[in-house]
Each structure stands twice: as C-alpha cells, then as structure tokens.
Ligand binder design. Structure first.
Ligand code: F0G
Length: 478
C-alpha cells in the first residue's frame, strides 16, 4: 500500500538536544553578530534553517561505513567506492574528489575559463559566479523570466531561455563560451527545477557549436524528483533513472556532496573527456589534495558513497521534499508571500512583499532574517541584494528576488518543528511593520553575505514610515 503522507522513512536512533534562548539573549546575540545570521553562534540557535549544506543527518549505514574508511594517502579503497557510486548513479567516467562543491568549481573554472570568456547559466550561484569571475570570465543569466517572478507558477522555473542563450552565442561567439553552467535545482530562484526537455534543447543547441554543458548537481536528485512529478512521460520512471538521463546531457558536473548526498563534507568534479580530466587531476593536487582524496578523509568518501545510494531512494526523496512542501503550504495557507511553486530544499519568503516599507538599500531580507531570529530563535538566511554583492562599478546588485531562505536539512527536523517554524513566521508577519531596515557597516571583498555586518537604520528619512524613525537598537518593536 502506498500512503498519501510523506512520513519519514526512518526512525530516530540518536538525538541531539536543542537549546531555547530568551528574547533578551537573542537580542544581544544578533547585535553581536552584526545582524548577520551567518555570524551567530550555533549554540544560540533553536531551529537552524540557515542551510541544508552539510547539515543533514547521516544514517546508521553511513556512520558504520565511516569506521571502515581507508585512510591511505594514495589509492584509498574508499575512493574506489566513491568513484563507483558516482559512476553508477551519475554516469561520469572520471571522478575527482574535492573538499566541497566550491573546490570543484575552482578547479573547473581555472581549467576551462580564459580571461574575457563568457559563461551563461540558469541564474547565478554565489560561489560558482565568484570562481568564474576570479578566472576572468563574465557570468550571464539566461534563465527564463518567470524565475525572477516569485508569483509565477511555472513548473520548471529553472529552465534556460533558449533564445537568451542563442543571443549570447551570437553576440560573443561560441569560442568565447567554454561551457553553459546548468544548475539543477536552481538555488537562488527558490530551489526550482529544470526540465529534461529543456536540458535536451540546451544540449542540441550547444553540441554542434562545441560548447560544453556543465551540471551543478548539488540538488540534482531533488530536481529529478520534480521531473518525475511534473514532466509529461516521466511519472512512472525512477528518480535514479531520471538523474542518469539528466547527467547524460552534460559533459561534466561539479558537486557539493553536502546537499543531495547526505554527507557533512565533500564534493567532486566529474568529467567525460580524458584530457580535461587529466588537467583537473593536475590542478587538484595543487589546491585540494591527491586526486584520490581531494581534501577528504577516507571516511568522508565512505559516507558520501553510501549517501549517494540513499539519496536516490524513492522513499527518501519523497519525504525530503514532502517536508519542505508541508512547511510551504502551511505558510501559503496563512497568506505569507513565498516563492511558488515551493522548491526542493527550502521555503523562500518574499521579503520585498512582506516588508514593502523597507527600501532595497536597507536590505529587507537581511532585516527579516534577523527579526525572525530575535522573535523565535529560528535561523534563516538572506538571499537577496546582500548575497548578490556588487557589480564591476562597485554598485549594489539588486536582483529581482529579495528572499529569506528557510532551508530544511535532510532527516534532521520533524513535522512538529515545521509547525513551530510556520507559527513563528506568521507571528513576524503579523508585526511586520515594526521590522526596521539595516545599514551595512562592514563588508568583506568576496561573498559579502557570509561576513558582512549591519546596524539598524537610525537616520530619519522623510518618507519612511514610523518604524524607521524609531532608531532603536532593538530590531523589532518600540
Ligand atoms: N552550487 C550550489 C547550487 C550550491 O547551493 C552550493 C552551496 C554550491 C554550489 C557550493 O557548494 O558549499 O559545497 O562549496 N550552497 C550552500 C547553500 C552554501 O547554503 O546553499 P559548497
């Protein structure tokens, strides 16, 4: 019998107690953290929805595999297992481990991008674009317009707009495009999937021109589940089969094993081409470690190998995304503006819609994440103008989406936790007019969202509503 519910296909063997703080403690904590949830001590957090990256719970099988990790410097048996799992489930011949996803992005960007090159992709991701730019390339967003619209119900908001891609090729020439970066799912669009049909179109357009396709596979299993649920003709196929088909349409992949693969650390770069793989192995020994461990311990590679297999289980993926949808639907029922359709790894609050009284240069999403923490102890993450950083001229980039991400780690929290999260967001929504904007007071050179510091706006601006004029250091409330 198949149940309608997504109930967890596991039971709990080990628990980790949570600590609840008081509101005055949290006010102090967020002030000390410069109103940046990345800078909070995890001990001051009640439910941690900062990220689903490296925060998932491992299974008893993964933990026991770690005990038999082979820590040989070269030719580790654990590497052979990892390589076998990637070959089997993702279908790439060459597998080069890296310490995490950005390690693979770094190697790939150095290897394939020449100064002056252009890299089209379905929306930027922070670390991915940073490595493309450091290698001298320019990123171009060629995602469909619907992806920038929080209210569009398009089922595959991660799709590439083929006419935008074609226009870029016509403008800069195929020889200046080393590859198309295809993310599945698209994190910054709200965890939105790309369809198999669209990936095929991208492949058909690029192949005759000699342009490669590189898949960002961090959440490709989640993407495969959406394809199974939504794409005509895919409903009876296994997620594992769909994943294989997706990978078959790419020349290589960068991977953060901290997401789909249920590991706390790790990643890989996988390739088909022998020469590029050789180049990557040469670089990986410089930046990560020998090509059979790439910055990972043998036990990490064991955990990833088992995690890959568990990640494609139908029961697992159904309950994983089922839980995200459960939270999203609760919020939608309460009238909270969120990105729709609900994505695979997170529910994204539309901070611009929730806090229209805060101008974009006072970072409404950053302010909302801080306020949610102060009110409830729940940690979320800004995904708006702070994450987008600055352009070549040093001006703030203002992406169309100004979001707060409630990211759900895999196999960690229960439905009751999701109920608390929903209640807390609804409470903030009820007092939203009291949330004040933030001024940036410290900004690092790269990926500023990780370490930037803020202060509540104090200045009195003529047209700003009452909340701004208060100028109190308390973030919410008079
Ligand atoms: N690609 C995507 C789509 C990601 O979401 C991430 C990481 C990376 C690449 C980089 O991988 O962290 O292993 O180096 N995303 C995390 C997040 C940080 O919270 O979304 P990494």
């Amino acid at each position: 019998m198949t149940h309608k519910s997504w109930a967890e296909p596991w039971r709990i063997k080990v628990v980790e107690p949570l600590r609840m703080t008081t509101r005055p403690e949290r006010e102090l904590a967020i002030e000390r953290a410069g109103y940046n949830t990345f800078l909070l001590d995890a001990d001051d957090v009640y439910i941690d929805l900062l990220t689903d990256s490296g925060t998932s719970a491992m299974s008893d099988r993964q933990w026991s595999a770690m005990m038999i990790g082979d820590e040989a410097y070269a030719g580790s048996r654990s590497f052979t297992k990892l390589q076998g799992a990637v070959r089997r489930y993702y279908g790439f011949e060459h597998v080069i481990p890296t310490h995490q996803g950005r390690g693979a992005e770094h190697i790939l960007s150095r290897l394939l991008i020449k100064p002056g090159d252009h890299i089209p992709g379905n929306m930027y991701f922070t670390t991915t674009r940073a490595h493309q730019e450091l290698a001298g390339g320019t990123f171009h967003d060629v995602i469909i317009d619907e992806a920038h619209d929080a209210d569009s119900e398009h089922e595959f908001k991660g799709n590439i707009d083929i006419s935008k891609l074609r226009a870029l090729i016509d403008e800069v020439g195929a020889s200046r495009i080393p590859y198309v970066a295809v993310a599945a799912t698209v994190n910054m669009a709200g965890g939105q999937p790309i369809s198999l049909a669209n990936m095929r179109e991208v492949r058909e357009l690029t192949r005759p021109l000699g342009i490669r396709v590189i898949l960002d596979g961090a959440r490709a299993v989640e993407n495969a589940w959406f394809i199974q649920q939504r794409e005509p003709g895919q409903g009876r196929r296994l997620v594992a089969e769909i994943l294989h088909d997706m990978c078959a349409l790419a020349d290589g992949m960068t991977m953060s094993a901290k997401k789909d693969s249920l590991a706390n650390i790790g990643g890989w770069l996988a390739l088909r081409d022998d020469d590029i793989a050789e180049g990557a192995r040469n670089l990986v020994v410089l930046y990560e470690g020998l090509h059979t461990y790439g910055g990972l311990a043998g036990r990490d590679m064991e955990a990833i190998a088992v995690g890959i297999e568990e990640s494609v289980s139908e029961d697992h993926i159904r309950s994983r995304i089922g839980q995200v949808i459960y939270l999203g639907e609760k919020l939608m029922d309460a009238g909270i503006p969120i990105v729709r359709p609900i994505g695979g790894h997170a529910v994204f609050l539309d901070a611009a819609a929730m806090l229209p009284h805060i101008p974009r240069d006072q970072f409404p999403a950053q302010a909302l994440a801080a306020a949610l923490y102060v009110e409830s102890g729940i940690r979320s993450m800004e995904r708006g103008a702070v994450s987008a950083g600055r352009d070549e001229k040093g001006e703030n980039r203002y992406p169309a989406l100004e979001l707060v991400r409630l990211t759900i780690p895999r196999r960690v929290y229960t439905q009751a936790h999701m109920d608390i999260v929903a209640e807390s967001v609804i409470e903030i929504f009820d007092i939203r007019e009291k949330v004040t904007g933030l001024d940036i007071v410290y900004e690092p050179a790269h990926l500023r969202f990780f370490q930037a510091r803020f202060e509540p706006v104090k200045r009195l601006v003529g047209t700003t509503p009452r909340a701004h004029a208060i100028g109190s250091l308390a973030l919410v409330g008079e």
